[in-house]
Design a protein around this ligand. Sequence first.
Ligand code: GDP
Length: 328
Amino acid sequence: MPRALITGITGQDGLYLSELLLAKGYEVWGLIRGQNNPKLDLVRSTVPDVRLVTGDLTDLSSLMRALSASRPDEVYNLGAISYVAYSWENAMVTSEVTGKGVLNMLEAVRLHTLDDPGRVRFYQASSSEMFGKVQEVPQRESTLLWPRSPYGVAKVFGHYMTINYRESYGMHASSGILFNHESPRRGPEFVTRKVSQAVARIKLGLQDEIVMGNLDAKRDWGFAGDYVEAMWLMLQQPTADDYVVASGETHSIRDLLDAAFAHVGIEDWSGLVRQDPQFMRPAEVELLIGDPSKARQVLGWKPSIDFATLVGMMVENDLREQSDLVGR
Ligand code: GDP
């Protein structure tokens, strides 16, 4: 039975990846941070078969202990402070966790496998936010990185450190440059879930309007359940490498609002959406669109859920969730 250790187990991707690996017969371990982690119950109820081990990405010795306890064949480093807007207010802690945390995990794996550097395969969750002020359209593995937020800068550090450990020590370390990936499990601070929740509440008469930031930004959105499959496929390859994982389509925040409101039968949402500078960012990533051809050709990966289906799935989930909350 193969064993996997996942950091960021409490997040959207940690849960989907756990379900995928458990279904494939893996013994799955999750790294969990802090005493009384508020998301512990969520992990226990969603994926009860996952074994938990305490550790923190900023604490190298805790990562060494987690590796000794779980003895993994594969490590998926998904743990990060992942909300872009928050990263300006918390640039230091974002750099510590999202940036230097990757180095700690790589170093822990290196020290754990001195006898055989390729023994444990490593996945780094890199991000399309690294492309920032895009230097090429669409963005591919070779596109020059130009991050536009402390989060993006921290992810660039982690990305190059992963490549560096692969080249320096012969580690099987791969980096997945994942474009935005969403689901009903997405946190409400991200724009897709904010919109799906608000549209459901407006439909149910629980809310009058949505207050938004920049409506012209464009993103390449896919379904998180599809994207964790690409992570796993990367670690099954004979050699480690970097891959863009994306849908290859881009949509604006306006398109997102169109799709979400259309799902509940509202065509004209102009009176229901207000813009407020508090949701604007000091520097914006205006356009993201990925070229996933390498992932398709080498990994045989392709997404199964398109943009409209994804938005519909999220709004449906929030209609159910919000009705249940009111019914209680
Ligand atoms: P990101 O791509 O990782 O930053 O993911 P987000 O879902 O947080 O943001 C996606 C895009 O939506 C960015 O360009 C934001 O500026 C834009 N946006 C517009 N209004 C909002 C809002 O109210 N909340 C969030 N999170 N993003 C918004």
